[in-house]
Design a protein around this ligand. Structure first.
Ligand code: NAD
Ligand code: DAU
Length: 352
C-alpha cells in the first residue's frame, strides 16, 4: 500500500477525523495534511496529532496550480485522499463561484498533479481517493434509496460542483487510467463540525438561548452518520476498495428535520437541567432554502457486502457523544463563532 499519503481538507470537520485515524492507526505511513485554512479549517481540530512524527501540515490552496505541483514534486505523495471543499449548501447559493474554484478547479489541479507525478500509473501503490456526497444524486421523494448507479441529478450549486468533480475523477480514470476510487456519503454529524450546519447550529443556539431556525416546515429528511464511522469507512475504502469503483456510505438513519431538532431540544433540556419543553420554545420556522432537496437516503449495502463496513455507533449514542463534546468544548465553539481562531493561526503561520 502507498505510505506517503496526502490528505486534503484535514483541518476541516471530516478531514480532521480522517487525519487522526490515519496518523494514530498507521505509524509507518507519512500523513501530509494539506489545507488552505478557510473559515472552515481549524488546526485546533488536529492539535492532538500535530507533534506526531508521521504528521506534517502543509498550508496550501488546491486552486493554486504552481504551489500544488511544487508540493507533489517535493514530497512525492504516493496517494491522495481528497476532502478539501467548500461544503455548505447555503453558502453555495450566495457565492456559487467559490464552489466552482475549489470543488471543480481545485480537484482537477490535484488530478493533474497526481497524473504528472505518478509516472507509472499502473503502479498498485498509487491511489486517488475522492470524497463525495450523496447530494450529487439529487432529491428523493418518500420512497427508495440512492444506489451507486442512481443517475446524477444535482440541484444546488454545491452539489453541481461536487457532481462535476466526480465526473472529472472518473474521466481521469477512463482517459489516463489514473487509479481512482470515489465514495458518496450521507450527512455527517459529530465533534468539530462547524456550527453553520444543522446539528451544531441547534446545539449552539440552545446554549445561547437563540432562535432555532427550521427551514420551511421542517419536513425535509436527511440520513445521518456519525463522523467517526465515516472516517472508518474511508480507511476501509482506501485500503480495500477496487480501482474505478464507487461506494455509497450511510447508516440507514433517516430523520425529518423537525423531529431531529425536537430530539436535540429534549436531550439538551435534560443535560442543562431545564424543564422539558424549554428549548422547543426557541424553534422558529423560517423561509425555506431555495431549491431545498426534500430527502436523501443512502443504500449502503455495497460497502457492507463487498468491504465489510457498517456503522459502529447508534444514532442515540452518536448524538449523545456529539452534544457532550459541544458542551465540554465551549472554548472551541466560542473561537469558531467569533473567528478568533483564524487570527491566531494567521499570525502563527506568518511567523514561520
Ligand atoms: P468542511 O467545510 O468542514 O472542511 C473543508 C476543509 O477544506 C476545511 O478545512 C477548509 O479549510 C479546506 N478547504 C476549503 N477550500 C480549500 C482550498 N481551496 N484549498 C485547500 N483547502 C481548502 O467540510 P466537511 O464537512 O468536513 O466535508 C469534507 C468533504 O466531505 C467535502 O468534500 C464534502 O463535500 C464531503 N462530504 C461532507 C459531508 C458532510 O455531511 N459534512 C457528507 C458527505 C460528503
Ligand atoms: O448529504 C451530505 C451533505 O450534507 C454534505 O455533502 C454537505 O457538505 C453537508 O453540508 C450536508 O448538507 P445539508 O444541506 O443536508 O446539511 P445542513 O446541515 O446545511 O442542513 C441539514 C438540513 O437542515 C437541511 O434540510 C437544511 C436544514 N436546515 C439547515 C440549517 C443550517 C435548517 O432547517 N435550518 C438551518 O439553520
Amino acid at each position: 500500500m502507498p505510505k506517503k499519503i496526502l490528505i486534503t481538507g484535514g483541518a476541516g470537520f471530516i478531514g480532521s477525523h480522517v487525519v487522526r485515524l490515519f496518523v494514530n492507526q498507521y505509524p509507518d505511513y507519512q500523513i501530509f495534511n494539506l489545507d488552505a485554512l478557510t473559515y472552515a479549517g481549524n488546526l485546533a481540530n488536529v492539535a492532538d496529532v500535530a507533534d506526531k512524527p508521521n504528521y506534517t501540515f502543509l498550508k496550501a490552496d488546491i486552486t493554486d496550480t504552481e504551489h500544488i505541483y511544487a508540493l507533489f514534486a517535493e514530497y512525492q505523495f504516493e496517494a491522495v485522499i481528497h476532502l478539501a471543499a467548500e461544503s455548505h449548501v447555503d453558502r453555495s447559493i450566495t457565492n456559487p463561484l467559490a464552489f466552482v474554484y475549489t470543488n471543480i478547479i481545485g480537484t482537477v489541479n490535484l488530478l493533474n498533479a497526481a497524473k504528472n507525478t505518478w509516472k507509472d500509473i499502473s503502479n498498485r501503490n498509487h491511489r486517488f481517493y475522492h470524497i463525495s456526497t450523496d447530494e450529487v444524486y439529487g432529491s428523493l421523494e418518500h420512497g427508495g434509496y440512492f444506489t451507486e448507479t442512481t443517475p446524477y441529478d444535482p440541484k444546488s450549486p454545491y452539489s453541481a460542483s461536487k457532481a462535476s468533480s466526480d465526473h472529472f475523477v472518473r474521466a481521469y480514470h477512463n482517459t489516463y487510467k489514473l487509479p481512482v476510487v470515489i465514495s458518496n456519503c450521507s450527512n455527517n454529524y459529530g465533534p468539530n463540525q462547524f456550527p453553520e450546519k444543522l446539528i451544531p447550529l441547534i446545539i449552539n443556539n440552545i446554549q445561547q438561548k437563540k432562535p432555532l431556525p427550521v427551514y420551511g416546515k421542517g419536513e425535509n429528511v436527511r440520513d445521518w452518520l456519525y463522523v467517526i464511522d465515516h472516517a472508518r469507512a474511508i480507511d476501509i475504502v482506501f485500503h480495500k476498495g477496487k480501482n474505478g469503483e464507487t461506494y455509497n456510505i450511510g447508516g440507514f438513519n433517516e430523520w425529518k428535520n423537525i423531529d431531529l431538532v425536537r430530539l436535540i431540544c429534549k436531550i439538551m433540556d435534560k443535560k442543562l437541567g431545564n424543564p422539558e419543553g424549554t428549548s422547543e420554545q426557541l424553534i422558529t420556522f423560517v423561509t425555506d432554502r431555495a431549491g431545498h432537496d426534500l430527502r436523501y437516503a443512502i443504500d449502503a449495502s455495497k460497502i457492507k457486502s463487498e468491504l465489510g463496513w457498517q456503522p459502529s455507533v447508534t444514532f442515540e449514542e452518536g448524538l449523545e457523544r456529539t452534544i457532550d463534546w459541544y458542551l465540554e468544548n465551549k472554548a472551541w465553539l466560542e473561537s469558531v463563532t467569533s473567528g478568533s481562531y483564524q487570527k491566531y493561526y494567521e499570525e502563527m503561520y506568518s511567523q514561520r
